[in-house]
Design a protein around this ligand. Structure first.
Ligand code: 5RP
Length: 215
């Protein structure tokens, strides 16, 4: 699988232009993208990073990490996903970086999503949907999620996000109306963000394979 991820990441370099500030996601697929950027670290002006993990890797390659408040809006955001439907709507947050990923995606003109073929689904929800919550609201939010979706929230124990929050992974969903589910869960008090990218889907999806597919 990692070869497919690497190929998708390499293909995303087609979207990188000289002097750009690039938004950079999180995860094993993005790690290949950072390594590709690192072959010529001064070709871009810098990167806005979605996690401490990606920040460390970017800096190790000598790529400057910039603050979104001064750098944005961004021309390009490159990130992976846990699931992708035919309308380029995504489940993200397997790496617990969903909130910063969502912020950067929203602040970017073009979102290029890089995935291996196993991430393609007809209906989102087989991958448990990550929801970032304020710690004191964990049980409250879990009860609301059951009532709103019928899914089963499971606390990702031991994981603390870069924002100091916790993650609930919602199992057993079949998300036939992603914008409605995203909107409903966003309304729950104590929810920081929902790993459903339907309101702001990807613009381009690159599926790694022998010959990467660009959707
Ligand atoms: C991190 C994410 C990742 O993009 C997602 O989990 C995919 O990861 P990988 O590229 O390792 O398969 O959303 O929060």
């Amino acid at each position: 699988m990692s070869e497919a991820k690497r190929r998708a990441a390499e293909k995303a370099m087609d979207h990188v232009e000289d002097g750009m500030v690039v938004g950079v996601g999180t995860g094993s697929t993005v790690a290949y993208f950072i390594d590709a950027l690192g072959r010529d670290p001064h070709r871009i002006r810098g990167a806005v990073s979605s996690s401490e993990q990606s920040t460390q890797r970017l800096r190790a390659h000598g790529i400057e990490v910039l603050d979104l408040n001064t750098a944005g809006p961004l021309p390009l955001y490159v990130d992976g996903a846990d699931e992708c439907d035919p309308l380029k709507r995504l489940i993200k947050g397997g790496g617990a970086a969903l909130t910063r990923e969502k912020i950067i995606a929203q602040a970017s003109l073009r979102f290029v999503c890089i995935i291996d073929p196993a991430k393609q689904v007809d209906v989102l929800g087989r991958f448990p949907l990550p929801v970032e919550v304020v710690p004191m609201a964990r049980s409250l939010v879990a009860r609301e999620i059951v009532a709103l979706t019928g899914g089963q929230p499971v606390w990702r124990e031991g994981v603390v996000t870069d924002n100091g929050n916790w993650i609930l992974d919602v199992h057993g969903l079949r998300i036939t109306d992603p914008p409605a589910v995203e909107a409903a869960l966003n309304q729950v008090v104590g929810v920081v963000s929902v790993g459903l990218f339907a309101r702001r889907p990807a613009d381009v999806v690159i599926v790694g394979g022998d010959v990467p597919k660009v959707l």
